[in-house]
Design a protein around this ligand. Structure first.
Ligand SMILES: [Ca+2]
Length: 307
């Protein structure tokens, strides 16, 4: 599904200009949950110290002080079964093996984090935006998000907080779904019933009658329940760019990375705008790499360097 043109028209036509610039500069939501889990800080990181030990382990010894969650290596079934309600044809199941563990942002990249790395505020130009440190960065394209990861990698390496054989990147589509499912096989990481989605995500602001109805903007990160590995807002709030070029069929195999060229990039997880169907673990969004919108953002992954 290409959301941009069609749904942009819906939004612009049906919602008045009364928009939602909720200038809220409240306390930071991001929880500092690292505690005993965090590897020792104050010394140069090596490949060894970058490796986690168990799913859900956290650390925040990075320049952003953002919480990263350890996603262990493992195998899983990617995509949805034919029996899944409201599935799409491009979700045909494949077996995937991820040979390396990685760290994934506990939440979507926030406006404060974006400002710290990029020194810009792209969301200011748009409608349906909540303003404040803990709101997700929106109106960022795939190209912008990749530049963020590249800049963060350079900064963190220079500071001795990231070894040369690790980097910040967008997760691959397979890494994203593996982390979203967190060992589950159901429609959502909390089960099959979309009525429970209100406890786990912001959705249905315009399509469907969801938790963002009447609050038509991306909400502060981390307010909803976490998935089994401690990740927040994997279902809804903002779509999350993945690194892959979109392909009509899932690739499967070991460490799949998508095709080398193509028109679209993958985004995942649905958003505050969309109905529950789009927030399923297996739903595959796509958009052109320079697309920017009020409900598209990303989360970072720290991964062994991509060759
Ligand atoms: Ca999300």
């Amino acid at each position: 599904m290409v959301k941009s043109a069609f749904f942009q028209r819906i939004v612009r036509a049906t919602i008045s200009s009364a928009v939602i610039s909720a200038a809220v500069f409240g306390a930071r939501v991001r929880s500092q949950v690292c505690g005993d889990d965090a590897p020792a800080t104050g010394r140069k990181q090596s490949s060894t110290t970058m490796t986690g030990s168990r799913a859900g382990q956290t650390r925040n010894d990075n320049g952003l002080k953002t919480t990263l969650v350890w996603i262990p290596p493992g195998d899983f079934t990617m995509g949805s079964p034919k029996t899944e309600w409201e599935r799409s044809e491009d979700e045909k199941q494949v077996q995937v093996s991820l040979s390396n563990g990685f760290w994934l942002g506990q939440h979507e990249v926030t406006e404060a984090e974006w400002r710290q790395v990029m020194r810009t505020t792209p969301w200011f130009v748009g409608e349906h935006v909540g303003l404040g440190n803990d709101y997700p960065a929106t109106y960022v394209s795939w190209n912008d998000a990749m530049k963020f990861c590249q800049t963060l990698t350079e900064t963190e390496r220079q500071a001795g907080r990231l070894p040369s054989d690790w980097q910040y990147s967008l997760p691959t589509e397979a890494q994203w779904e593996y982390a979203c499912r967190a060992g589950t096989k159901s429609r959502f990481s909390f089960g099959a019933d979309y009525l429970d989605l209100k406890d786990y995500g912001w959705w249905g602001g315009l399509l469907g009658d969801g938790s963002a109805r009447g609050e038509q903007y991306a909400h502060r990160v981390g307010q909803k329940k976490a998935n089994p590995w401690g990740l927040r807002d994997m279902h809804g709030n903002v779509w999350e760019w993945c690194r892959d070029v979109y392909a009509n069929e899932l690739g499967g195999g070991t460490d799949p990375q998508g095709p080398s060229t193509g028109q679209y990039r993958v985004d995942r997880g649905g958003s505050w705008f969309f109905s529950a169907r789009f927030c399923r673990s297996a739903y595959r969004g796509k958009n052109v790499p320079d697309h920017r919108d009020h409900d598209v953002g990303f989360r970072i992954a720290a991964v062994p360097s991509v060759r």
